[in-house]
Design a protein around this ligand. Structure first.
Ligand code: PXL
Length: 276
């Protein structure tokens, strides 16, 4: 029996019960784009770490036996998308997952989830950040925000970076291994910018008009859409545009519904607008 007739992405990320991020976002959005999403949980949380209180279960010890069953099924993946990790030891688990499951047709997308607005997330240690830096070497595509790009390059965080500074950052990031980098959600006043750099095509600045404040989970929406669109054969730049355009729709909807920014990106009412 061949389990590989449908395009699929392995999504290595946490399951947060409330706050719309990670697998709760990846599953519906990747599915909507016509790709099967196979979740490999890294942690289970009641709600994400941006809330004052949450229940956190590290899934590390379950990952190997879980992956062993996928090996028995001879699963192959068109995409491997990694996000929030639950412990330092998971970095090795994810690396060997990529080694085993990725072939020349698999695109590896590492969303180097570590922090935002100049701060690291509550459960992220210095060692985990160092590990994510190594993980990036195994990616074809990475989707850091400005904070994460700073951590990965060792450039101190500040609120404003010029285009030439972003260019230097993306160049440095590509030197680590990936062919395609997008620094997401760069604040440009009335615009939000995605700074795209491709090894074989150079830089491209993509802007959308900012219509609402940033909210948590935006990076997860972004990475999920880029991963699914790219797996479906869209160019990297087009995939980034799809993600940015859909996020704009979601932000509008979230504001209309008066959803607190911690509660994530409200995509349900506008999901019909997401297509290839
Ligand atoms: O959206 C990034 C993210 C993913 N998963 C968890 C988080 C966060 C950011 O706060 O806490 C559990």
């Amino acid at each position: 029996m061949d389990h590989n007739n449908q395009k699929k992405i392995a999504a290595i990320n946490d399951l947060s019960g409330f706050g719309k991020c990670s697998l709760s976002v990846a599953l519906p959005l990747i599915s909507k784009l016509g790709v099967q999403c196979c979740p490999l949980p890294t942690a289970v949380l009641s709600d994400h770490t941006g809330f004052d209180s949450y229940y956190f279960v590290d899934f590390s010890e379950h990952m190997e036996p879980y992956i062993d069953e996928w090996k028995k099924l001879n699963l192959r993946f068109d995409g491997i998308l990694t996000g929030f990790l639950g412990s330092e030891e998971q970095i090795e688990t994810v690396k060997s997952f990529i080694e085993h499951f990725a072939d020349e047709n698999t695109v590896v997308i590492v969303d180097p989830v570590m922090g935002d607005n100049g701060n690291t997330y509550a459960t992220y240690t210095h060692e985990m950040c160092k590990g994510i830096s190594k993980l990036v070497e195994h990616a074809n595509i990475i989707t850091p925000n400005v904070t994460e790009a700073c951590i990965l390059t060792g450039i101190p965080y500040k609120e404003h970076f010029s285009e030439s500074e972003l260019h230097e950052m993306t160049y440095k990031l590509c030197e680590k291994g990936p062919d395609m980098v997008v620094i997401t959600g760069v604040d440009r006043g009335v615009y939000l910018e995605n700074y795209v750099y491709q090894k074989d095509d150079g830089p491209r600045v993509l802007r959308t008009r900012r219509i609402a404040p940033q909210r948590s989970g935006t990076g997860d929406v972004f990475a999920s859409i880029v991963a699914a669109c790219f797996v479906q054969g869209l160019s990297f730049e087009k995939s980034v545009r799809k993600a940015a355009d859909f996020i704009k729709e979601c932000l509008k909807s979230s504001t209309e519904l008066d959803i607190p920014v911690t509660d994530g990106v409200c995509f349900e009412k506008v999901i019909d607008k997401l297509h290839l």
